[in-house]
Design a protein around this ligand. Structure first.
Ligand SMILES: [Zn+2]
Ligand SMILES: [Zn+2]
Ligand SMILES: [Zn+2]
Length: 166
């Protein structure tokens, strides 16, 4: 792999993560400019903290990191920044962990399903429209109209599966 483009599947253990973070921040600038919305200082800093790694991070840990350098961001400001980032597809919320992680392909609108590693907590996306459609269709046979679908699977990522192999 010579490409520096971040992948939506689990990253190699040895990859240069600074590329992922730089790419994500660059994408965010382009997307916000194209949509005529502002990536304000706090929004950008929250996105940076989220892109510190591929491991989802909770709102209070984001706040702690923001304020580690003597900053004085308020929890509400972080929540509002998160709302903005989620609305614009730059960040996904992992419901089962109550945490947030950066989307590596926010330029393509997608419905994501998440694979979460139980060992290192890394997250990857499946992005299968068919999976969502299956839930929707099956629910309809019960007369149920689906408004929101959350699909999160936990297990072992390729890096951790390899390490634990005999
Ligand atoms: Zn990375
Ligand atoms: Zn995504
Ligand atoms: Zn793992």
């Amino acid at each position: 792999m010579s490409s520096s483009r971040p992948r939506r599947d689990f990253p190699n253990a040895e990859h240069d993560h600074s590329h992922c973070a730089a790419h994500a921040l660059g994408q965010a600038d382009l997307i916000c400019e194209a949509r005529g919305v502002r990536l304000t200082e706090i929004r950008r800093r929250v996105l940076e903290v989220i892109w510190d790694s591929h491991v989802p991070i909770g709102a209070y840990d984001i706040l702690a990191k923001l304020n580690a350098g003597g900053g004085r961001s308020a929890p509400m400001a972080v929540y509002r920044a998160l709302d903005f980032l989620i609305e614009n597809g730059l960040v996904h919320r992992i419901d089962s962990r109550n945490a947030f992680f950066g989307c590596s392909h926010p330029e393509e609108p997608h419905r994501a399903q998440f694979l979460i590693c139980n060992v290192c907590s890394a997250v990857a996306e499946l992005d299968s429209e068919a999976l969502h459609e299956t839930v929707r269709r099956t629910a309809r046979t019960k007369g149920f109209r689906v408004e929101n679908v959350v699909i999160e699977a936990s297990g072992r990522c390729p890096n951790c599966a390899r390490k634990s192999a005999p």
